[in-house]
Every structure is written in C-alpha cells, then in structure tokens.
Write a new protein. Structure first.
Length: 152
C-alpha cells in the first residue's frame, strides 16, 4: 500500500518482490503500476500481511484493520516516516525495515510478519466514535463548556 505523497520505489522493484515472494499473492494499492481500487478497506481487512510505507494514514488504516504489517518508511523532508517506523518497532506493532528488501528476503519477511501478533489496539483502541459521541453530547448539554481537551 503506497500513498499519493510520492514513493522511492519503481514498478520493477514491486514486480521483483512479488515474483520472489511466490506463492504470496500481491495486490497493489497505489504506487507505480497499480490499478485504482475504489474501496481498499475489504482488501486491507482480507490481507494476510500489508506492506506499506510508514505514513500516519497508512499506519492508521493497518491498525484499524488489525492486519499484520511490514512498514518500510519512505524518505520525507522531516523524517516523520522513519520516526513512526521506530515507534512501531519499539512497541512491537509492526515488522519494520529501514530500506526496501532485496527480492530473496521477501519470503522470510512476509512469513515473519504474518506470524507476528500485533497489538494494534495499543495504537488504535477502536473507541474514537464513542469518545466523539460523548464529547458532543457533553457539549450539547452545556455549550459554554470549553473542555474539549479534557479526558472523556
């Protein structure tokens, strides 16, 4: 899964990885050579492993889908993807690689990631809608209350 913010990868690298990782089946979401998928959510939820950059939106999607993830940070001007990848690795939430793996590394990497028990609930507890509803209810009852940052 690659985003729209640019990528360090090319179509050849993606094709080589997919060939080397046989019998795994790859579905590209974004990036060079990928077809547009209107609703990627079912693909994410049905994946055995998601390989993605370490952008906040992509990681949030993996966390919400509770899917084993290989995070490979892309270069960005402020290094935010590398910082996110380090946080994921420290917390044991994803399998992290600093650089794109060589083709022969993919079978073992995907097998390790699939076997890894991610605790995505640490990153994304899944209660955001409930918290927002409690806050909105509280504000509706007392519109002058200015405690939007108070614990819910």
């Amino acid at each position: 899964m690659l985003g729209g913010g640019g990528t360090d990868l090319n179509a050849t690298q993606l094709q080589e990885a997919a060939r080397a990782a046989s019998p795994w089946t790859w579905t590209l979401l974004g990036g060079p050579g990928a077809d547009w998928i209107e609703d990627p959510w079912p693909v994410l939820c049905g994946a055995d492993v998601v390989v993605t950059h370490a952008g906040q939106n992509a990681i949030a999607e993996c966390a919400a889908a509770r899917v084993p993830t290989v995070a490979i940070p892309q270069e960005r001007p402020h290094g935010e993807q590398h910082a996110t990848a380090r946080a994921l690795e420290r917390a044991g939430l994803a399998t992290v690689r600093d650089t794109w793996p060589e083709p022969q590394e993919w079978p073992g990497l995907l097998a390790r990631a699939a076997a890894h028990k991610s605790h995505w609930e640490l990153w994304s507890p899944g209660d955001g809608a409930q918290k927002a509803a409690r806050l909105l209810s509280r504000l509706a009852l007392n519109p002058l209350e200015r405690t939007a940052c108070a614990p819910l």
